[in-house]
Design a protein around this ligand. Structure first.
Ligand code: NOJ
Length: 752
C-alpha cells in the first residue's frame, strides 16, 4: 500500500503492457484540449486511448478538468492524469527572477514566494511545478543564469530546500501545494563556453563539490521529482546517465520519487550520438528516466522492445525483452506512486472543482509579497552619497529603453505573467507627489534588427525606434540637462536571458552604452538602474554612475520596489548571488576559484594567471557584495577555541557588528572556509554559512557560526562510484565578512 492508501502493486498487476507504457508518456497541452469538446489533436487522441500519464502547460482549471474527466472515462482502471507546469518565479503573481531572489539570501522569503506560487498553480489544477531550477551557474554568458540561484553550491542548496518546502509544504497532496521538481539533473549550468544545451566537462570533484549538493539538499527536503538535463556530463548525455540517475541520485542519496525527461530529451540522445531511436529509448529507461516529455519515443518504441529486446552492436546496447518489461514496470510504478503521493487516486479533480474559473488576478497580498521580494532582491552596487534621494531632487529625468517598460519586468519564464499586471517605472514615479518628471527613451534596447527579431520570438518585447540614434540621444541629453537628477533605466530584455539565450558578451548592448556616455557627460547626478537576467560586466556603468542599482527583472512589483529603494522608503539589502565580471570576456567567473602556481598578486609580474589586457584595478563586484543605506562595522572575529579534534567537535566563531548609520539595516554576514593544504588543490575559499541580522541605528549585534568537521570535507573522485568526501587534519582558515572579498581571517587547527 502506498501512503495515500492506493495499492500500487495491485494496480500494476492489473495493467496491460500498453497501459503501463501509456503512463510514461507526457505531453504539452498546447492548443489541443481547451474545452471538453475534444477535437482531433494528438493530445485528445492519447487521452482517449489511455496512452498518456500526464500533461503540462494547461492554463485553465476548466481545460484541466475536462482533460481529467476524459482521461478517467478512457482509462479502464480509472488512472488519473497528472498536470505539471513551469512555475519558476511565481505564477500569475510574478516574482523576481530566481537569480534575483537568491540575491536576497533570505530563505524564508524564497519559501514564501514558492508557497504563494504553489497556491496559484494548484488553484488551476496543477499538481507538479517544474521548479526549483538549481543549476549552479558560473558563466554569465549562459542565459539560464536567470533561472538559477547563482554560482555557489551552499546558497543553491539552501535555495533548493527553501523552494521545495514552499512548493510542497509538509504535505504535497494538501490543498494549495504542488510537487517540486528539481532540475536540471545535473551540471546543466556548466555548458561549454556558456552555450545552452552544450556539454559539461569537468573534474568529478567539481561535480560532487559544486553541482550535486543542491540536488542532495532538495532530495533531503523531500522533493518528489527530478528533471534530467539536456547536456552530457563527462561524455555521457544525462538522459542516458545510469550511473548518476540510478547510481548517485537513487542509490547513493536515496531519492525514491519520479524522474522526468526534459522536453524531447530522450529523442535527442540520437543527435548526441548514442544510437537509433529504439536504442536510446532502452538506454533512457535503463538510466532511470521514468517519464518521456513530449517526444513520445517511449510510446513508439517500448512495445516492440518489450516483445523482442534490443541487441545493437554499433552502440553496445543489449537488453532482453524481459529486462525491458521489468524496467517498464519500474518506471510505471514510480509514476503511479507519484500520483498517489499527490493524492490523485483519492481526488483526481484536486484543485479543479466544477464551476467558474478562479480569479487569478494578483491580489493585494500577492503584490505586497512581490514588492517585498523585489526590494530584497535588488543589489545596490555603488552609492556616492546620492541615495536615498533627498528633497532637493525634485526634477527627475527618467531616461532609457526600460523607463516605461512593463513586459520585460516579468523576466523569462513567466508563463502566466501579464504585462498589464506591471506598473512601469515611469508610472510609479509620476504617481509620486512632489516630483516633476521628464522622460525619454534615449535609445533602442539593441540595434541589430535580426537580434530584435530573435528577442521578439514569443511576442513583441523590444521595439526599434526608426529615428536616428543621434536624435533620440539628443532628446535624452536635453532632458538630463534640465533635471536635478537622472534615473537611467538600462539593461537586458527578458528574452536576452533564459533558455537558449546565451550571449557572447555579457554587457550592456552598444546603443545603451552610447546613451550612458552621452547622459553622463551632462554632469547631472546619475542613478543607473540595471534590469537584467544575468550578471553583466558593468565597468563603464560603474565609472559613470553616482549610484548603481542592479534590479534584475523584478516581477510585477519590480518598478514599485525600485522607487521604494530610490526614495529610502525601503533600504537595499540584496547581496550578489553571482560575481559580476570586470569585463565581458572574464567568464566563467566565481569566487571559489582554485589557486594556481602563479596567482595574480603572488609576486609574478607578467607570468601569472589572469588576462594581459584586463586592468588589475578593473571593478569586479564580488560574490556576496551589496551595499545598504547604513554602514555596518565588523569587529574582529573571535573563536571560543582555536583547536579541535575529530568529527564530533566544533568551534564557535563569532563577530560583533555595529550599525553606524541612522536607519535600520539588514546585514548578511558570510562565513567562508579555506583549506590551505589538502590532497588535491582546493578552492581559495568556499561559502559555508551565512546569517541575516537586522540592526537598528547604533545597535551592536553578534553573529555566531559553528565551524564543524563536516564543513571541511571535500570530494575525491577517482570515479563516480568511488567518489568520497574526505577531511585532512591541519590548518583551516575561517573568513568572515560582508562579501567574499572583504573578509577578516582566523586560523584554526583541526587535529585528526
Ligand atoms: C525545457 C526546459 O529545459 C525545462 O526547464 C522546462 O521545464 C521544459 N522545457 C518544459 O517547459
Amino acid at each position: 500500500m502506498n501512503e495515500s492508501g492506493a495499492d500500487i502493486d495491485d494496480l500494476l498487476g492489473r495493467m496491460t503492457l500498453a497501459e503501463k507504457i501509456g503512463q510514461l508518456n507526457l505531453l504539452p497541452a498546447g492548443e489541443g484540449l481547451v474545452t471538453g469538446a475534444g477535437g482531433g489533436s494528438r493530445l485528445a487522441e492519447r487521452i482517449d486511448t489511455a496512452c498518456i500519464g500526464g500533461v503540462f502547460g494547461t492554463k485553465s482549471r476548466a481545460s484541466a478538468r475536462s482533460m481529467q474527466q476524459r482521461a478517467l472515462e478512457a482509462s479502464r482502471l480509472n488512472i488519473p492524469l497528472l498536470f505539471a507546469e513551469d512555475v519558476i518565479h511565481g505564477h500569475r503573481t510574478v516574482f523576481p527572477l530566481p537569480i534575483a531572489l537568491a540575491c536576497s539570501w533570505d530563505m524564508e522569503l524564497v519559501e514564501e514566494t514558492a508557497a504563494f506560487a504553489a497556491g496559484e498553480a494548484a488553484a488551476l489544477g496543477i499538481h507538479q511545478a517544474y521548479a526549483p531550477m538549481i543549476d549552479v551557474a558560473r558563466d554569465p554568458r549562459w542565459g539560464r543564469v536567470a533561472e538559477s540561484p547563482g554560482e555557489d553550491p551552499t546558497l543553491a542548496a539552501r535555495y533548493a530546500a527553501a523552494m521545495t518546502r514552499g512548493l510542497q509544504g509538509d504535505d504535497p497532496s494538501a490543498p494549495g501545494r504542488v510537487a517540486a521538481c528539481l532540475k536540471h539533473f545535473v551540471a546543466y549550468g556548466a555548458p561549454e563556453s556558456g552555450r545552452d544545451y552544450d556539454n559539461a566537462s569537468m573534474a568529478l570533484e567539481d561535480l560532487f563539490g559544486a553541482h550535486l549538493p543542491p540536488f542532495e539538499a532538495g532530495v533531503r527536503a523531500g522533493a518528489l521529482s527530478v528533471m534530467v538535463a539536456f547536456n552530457a556530463v563527462a561524455k555521457l548525455p544525462m538522459h542516458a546517465h545510469e550511473p548518476l540517475i540510478e547510481g548517485w541520485l537513487r542509490g547513493r542519496i536515496g531519492f525514491d520519487g519520479l524522474v522526468v525527461s526534459d522536453y524531447t530529451g530522450i529523442k535527442e540522445l540520437t543527435a548526441h550520438g548514442l544510437g537509433r531511436p529504439e536504442t536510446v529509448v532502452a538506454r533512457a529507461l535503463h538510466a532511470g528516466v521514468d517519464m518521456d516529455m513530449v517526444g513520445e519515443d517511449y510510446l513508439e518504441h517500448l512495445p516492440a522492445l518489450a516483445e523482442g529486446g534490443i541487441d545493437d552492436a554499433e552502440s553496445g546496447t543489449r537488453f532482453g525483452a524481459s529486462e525491458i518489461r521489468k524496467l517498464v514496470d519500474r518506471a510505471c510504478r514510480r509514476v503511479l506512486t507519484f500520483k498517489a503521493r499527490l493524492g490523485l487516486f483519492d481526488d483526481p479533480f484536486r484543485g479543479m472543482p466544477e464551476g467558474s474559473e478562479p480569479d487569478v488576478a494578483p491580489t493585494a497580498e500577492g503584490r505586497a509579497l512581490a514588492r517585498r521580494a523585489a526590494v530584497r532582491s535588488a543589489v545596490l552596487l555603488k552609492n556616492e552619497g546620492v541615495l536615498p534621494l533627498g528633497p532637493d531632487r525634485r526634477r527627475i529625468a527618467l531616461i532609457g529603453p526600460f523607463a516605461d517598460d512593463r513586459i520585460n519586468m516579468l523576466g523569462t519564464w513567466a508563463v502566466c505573467g501579464q504585462a498589464d499586471d506591471v506598473v512601469s517605472l515611469r508610472n510609479v514615479l509620476s504617481d509620486r507627489p512632489g516630483i516633476e518628471l521628464r522622460c525619454a527613451e534615449g535609445c533602442n534596447v539593441v540595434e541589430e534588427p535580426w537580434l530584435a527579431d530573435r528577442l521578439n520570438v514569443f511576442g513583441p518585447i523590444v521595439r526599434l525606434d526608426p529615428r536616428p540614434e543621434e536624435e533620440t540621444i539628443a532628446e535624452a541629453v536635453a532632458c538630463a540637462r534640465d533635471a536635478d537628477m537622472v534615473v537611467l533605466a538600462l539593461g537586458e530584455a527578458k528574452e536576452h536571458a533564459g533558455e537558449s539565450s546565451s550571449r557572447l558578451a555579457p554587457e550592456l548592448p552598444a546603443p545603451q552604452r552610447r546613451l550612458l556616455e552621452a547622459v553622463a557627460r551632462t554632469g547631472t547626478k546619475l542613478v543607473v538602474v540595471i534590469f537584467a537576467g544575468r550578471p553583466l560586466a558593468l565597468g563603464p556603468v560603474t565609472a559613470a554612475a553616482d549610484a548603481l542599482l542592479l534590479a534584475w527583472h523584478g516581477g510585477i512589483e519590480g518598478p514599485r520596489a525600485i522607487v521604494d529603494l530610490l526614495f529610502g522608503d525601503a533600504a537595499p539589502s540584496g547581496r550578489l548571488a553571482a560575481t559580476l565580471p570586470a569585463h565581458p570576456g572574464q567568464t566563467p567567473v566565481f569566487h571559489a576559484i582554485e589557486p594556481t602556481g602563479r596567482p595574480s598578486g603572488g609576486g609574478f609580474e607578467k607570468f601569472r594567471t589572469g588576462w594581459l589586457d584586463l586592468d588589475d584595478a578593473a571593478t569586479v563586484f564580488p560574490f556576496g557584495f551589496g551595499l545598504g543605506y547604513s554602514a555596518v562595522r565588523y569587529g574582529a572575529p573571535v573563536a571560543d577555541r582555536l583547536e579541535a579534534r575529530g568529527e564530533e567537535e566544533s568551534i564557535e566563531v563569532g563577530v560583533d557588528l555595529t550599525n553606524e548609520g541612522d536607519r535600520s539595516t539588514i546585514e548578511t554576514v558570510q562565513l567562508y572556509l579555506s583549506d590551505p593544504v589538502a590532497r588535491v588543490t582546493r578552492p581559495v575559499r568556499e561559502l559555508k554559512d551565512f546569517r541575516r541580522i537586522t540592526l537598528q541605528p547604533g545597535e551592536t549585534g553578534h553573529v555566531r557560526f559553528t565551524v564543524t568537521a563536516a564543513m571541511q570535507r571535500y570530494p575525491l573522485a577517482p570515479s563516480l562510484e568511488e567518489a568520497a568526501f574526505v577531511r585532512d587534519p591541519g590548518r583551516i582558515i575561517v573568513h568572515i565578512g560582508p562579501n567574499s572579498r572583504d573578509t577578516q581571517a582566523l586560523e584554526l587547527t583541526w587535529h585528526g
